[in-house]
Design a protein around this ligand. Structure first.
Ligand code: PMV
Length: 377
């Protein structure tokens, strides 16, 4: 598909008001996206586990207004008006208006809530932007009466083949829009593994939107758990937008982009064969490489905290002592994601409670697991 495929067709239906609600999860990258070019296209492909419990639920209410060329919306988080989010949404609407021309025809009320505490240091942009994108595409679908579209029967009696084509387009468009809100958000719509960014060995992969990982996944990886250790709940000192930009002219950037491509090729074999040790090696190396890029950019910065390193060392010790298959990964922050196969849940939770909670702010952590993606509520 090409960008042009996402430009809206003329609307065939008039809708004066309504609402739609979507729930969309966060995701955690195994091979990281770090570095982008305009318009929010990744410099390398990435692959992530979709999460299950950490999610955003967004209701979009819309009522028709005069099209005066302006956006009109209010945003609420947990019932509280959040004018400080307006700038971000305004930028998002401006980026997507060519693909969502109805944006200027409605006043929107965006009511959003996260299942994880907002001061947890967990980025809500992936779940938040994907939930909002899904609401918008749902409205567009109504306006277009998609089942009347060219090639589809007008009686609304869709064959399952046609229905799945529609669903497929709907998901791709929502992922395409989510990407323009926050890059990694385009990986949150489906699950359990999603690839974003063109990779020569992954058919259908594209820089434009996330696609479900199309190959066989060994049973060892089907029930992975993710415990997020909340090391630092504060705001990040350096935003990921700034971090991505620092990859322009970064001395190691080109090598890093090649490495990410190689790591995805290697991971493809690992996921098929069920080699958990090799998986651990790639996932931890990717996390440290992401932070190494931050530490070697100009200006340089460090997002890990002393407790991040204490946790990493404890994980390595525990793995050595017990033969456990747990490993860690990091986002652009100090929190640590502990990944492990489902059959180790009790053993790893005991370890976390006995040895790692002391490194978490107020002893807080969140238990999650891989999931299947967004859904309409
Ligand atoms: O989606 P953004 O622009 O916030 O970038 C996030 C990038 C990382 O989370 C650090 C890595 C990734 O691939 O998710």
């Amino acid at each position: 598909m090409i960008v042009q495929d996402f430009v809206s067709k003329p609307f065939s239906k008039h809708i004066s008001n309504g609402s739609t609600t979507w729930s969309s999860p966060s995701n955690i990258a195994l091979v990281k996206y770090w570095g982008k070019r305009e318009p929010q296209l990744p410099e390398n492909p990435s692959i992530s586990f979709t999460l299950s419990n950490c999610k955003t639920i967004t209701t979009l209410r819309y009522s028709e207004k005069k099209n005066d060329g302006n956006f009109s919306f209010d945003i609420f988080l947990d019932g509280e008006k959040k004018d400080d989010f307006k700038h971000k949404i305004d930028t998002f609407f401006n980026r997507i208006k060519a693909y969502a021309p109805f944006l200027e025809h409605y006043h929107f009320t965006i009511e959003t809530k996260n299942t994880f505490p907002h001061s947890s240091g967990i980025a809500s942009s992936a779940s938040g932007m994907s939930a909002l994108a899904l609401c918008l595409v749902d409205l567009e679908k109504e306006l277009l009466q998609l089942n009347d579209m060219e090639g589809f029967s007008a009686n609304g009696d869709l064959s399952s083949e046609k229905k799945s084509l529609l669903d497929d387009y709907f998901l791709k468009k929502a992922s395409f829009l989510a990407r323009l809100g926050s890059g990694s958000a385009c990986r949150s719509l489906q699950g359990p593994l999603v690839v974003w960014g063109h990779h020569d060995e992954i058919e259908g992969s594209t820089d434009l939107f996330g696609v479900s990982y199309p190959f066989e996944v060994h049973k060892h990886f089907r029930n992975y758990q993710d415990v997020i250790l909340l090391v630092d709940k504060g705001e990040k000192q350096v935003s990921s937008t700034i971090g991505h930009n620092l990859m322009h002219g970064h001395p190691f950037a080109q090598e890093r982009f090649k490495q990410a491509n190689r790591n995805i090729s290697t991971l493809k074999t690992i996921l098929k064969e069920g080699n958990v040790d090799a998986f651990i090696n790639i996932v931890e190396s990717e996390a440290l490489t992401l932070h190494a890029m931050m530490m070697t950019s100009q200006p340089y910065f460090i997002l890990m905290k002393p407790n991040t390193l204490k946790i990493i060392n404890s994980i390595w010790d525990f793995r050595k002592k017990t033969g456990s298959k747990l490993c860690f990964t990091l986002d652009a922050g100090a929190n640590v994601h502990v990944l492990f196969p489902g059959n180790e849940t009790q053993k790893v939770l005991d370890f976390i409670n006995n040895e790692l909670v002391v490194y978490c702010e107020n002893g807080n952590y969140i238990c999650d697991q891989i999931g299947i993606g967004a859904k309409k509520i």
